[in-house]
Design a protein around this ligand. Structure first.
Ligand code: BV8
Length: 236
């Protein structure tokens, strides 16, 4: 692998699959059990807040029984040892990148362990349930919602992501189906910037053909091998 200086990485549910966290589209995955409209849109939340709060309470609780896998750990090693610029963007709302040792993680679709108050709009770290309508720690209003970017809502820190894509020389997509925008369009932004684009995924994704290179296999094998590659080139 050439000697890259500015890397942007985008991860999706596939990087957490081997940690036991359901992906969205695998048989029996998250969306198979619920319609997107019912659990991952503001309209669904307005229609049936109990259903949505319980859906996210269950996923938040499931984090305790999941552990980071070698792919998360390898990306944390990259953050420590890579001398160039690195931006890790994740579509995932779990905390496995952090528990795997990454410190700088951009959760563009929010986080299970964060609560957003619809009254004062303050976001606070949250590890408990919301179904029981706890008071906002800041304004005491009983108006907390999951700090998750639902369909039709603007993902977080898009400006920061696009400026990193415009100047990167390597874009790596890991464990994502490339089915949801604007994340699915990042590969095109990177290509337009002249970056090399690499897809690491268990199976060909919707956007695989847009990448310079696709490697197929489980993230727990592909990601550590790729990080070894990058760091050995940088040392050479
Ligand atoms: C927005 C949080 C605009 C919820 C999620 C064009 C342009 C812009 C928008 C749109 C557009 N067309 C349509 C839209 C609207 C929409 C959209 O994209 N819809 C889709 C259905 C077509 N997009 C939006 O609404 C976005 N917002 O556009 O706002 C705007 C403008 C102005 C003002 C306001 C708003 C917001 C979308 C965010 C939705 N929230 N997540 C939650 O987590 O509950 S989306 C969710 O699904 C994920 O976060 C992720 O983004 C997405 C895809 O999931 P993946 O992570 O890829 O998982 P998936 O199961 O699909 O695939 C897993 C992959 O892993 C597979 O490929 C599999 O092979 C692989 N894998 C499995 N095991 C392994 C593995 N790989 C390696 N190793 C393994 N072991």
């Amino acid at each position: 692998m050439a000697d890259f200086k500015r890397i942007v990485i985008l991860t999706g549910a596939g990087i957490s699959a081997e940690s036991g966290i359901d992906t969205f589209r695998a048989a029996g995955g998250l969306w198979e059990q619920h319609r997107i409209d019912d659990v991952a849109t503001p309209e669904g939340f307005a229609r049936n807040p109990d259903l949505v709060l319980s859906f996210y309470d269950k996923r938040r609780a499931a984090l305790a029984s999941a552990s980071p896998n070698p792919a998360h750990v390898a990306l944390a090693r990259l953050e420590r040892e890579f001398a160039g610029e690195l931006l890790l963007v994740t579509q995932n709302v779990d905390d496995l990148h952090e528990r795997g040792g990454s410190f700088r993680v951009l959760h563009m679709h929010g986080e299970l362990q964060s609560a957003l108050c619809t009254s004062c709009e303050v976001r606070t770290r949250w590890h408990d349930t919301m179904r029981n309508r706890p008071p906002c720690p800041v304004c005491q209003a009983r108006s907390l919602r999951p700090d998750i970017v639902w369909f039709g809502e603007m993902p977080y820190e898009m400006g920061r992501i696009y400026s990193a894509l415009e100047s990167c020389d390597l874009f790596v997509s890991i464990g994502t189906s490339g089915a949801v925008y604007p994340a699915a369009g990042f590969v095109q932004e990177a290509r337009a910037a002249g970056a090399y684009t690499l897809d690491l995924n268990l199976e060909p994704s919707e956007g695989s053909r847009l990448f310079d290179e696709s490697r197929l296999g489980p993230a727990s094998l592909l990601v550590p091998a790729w990080v070894d590659d990058v760091l050995s080139c940088a040392e050479a």
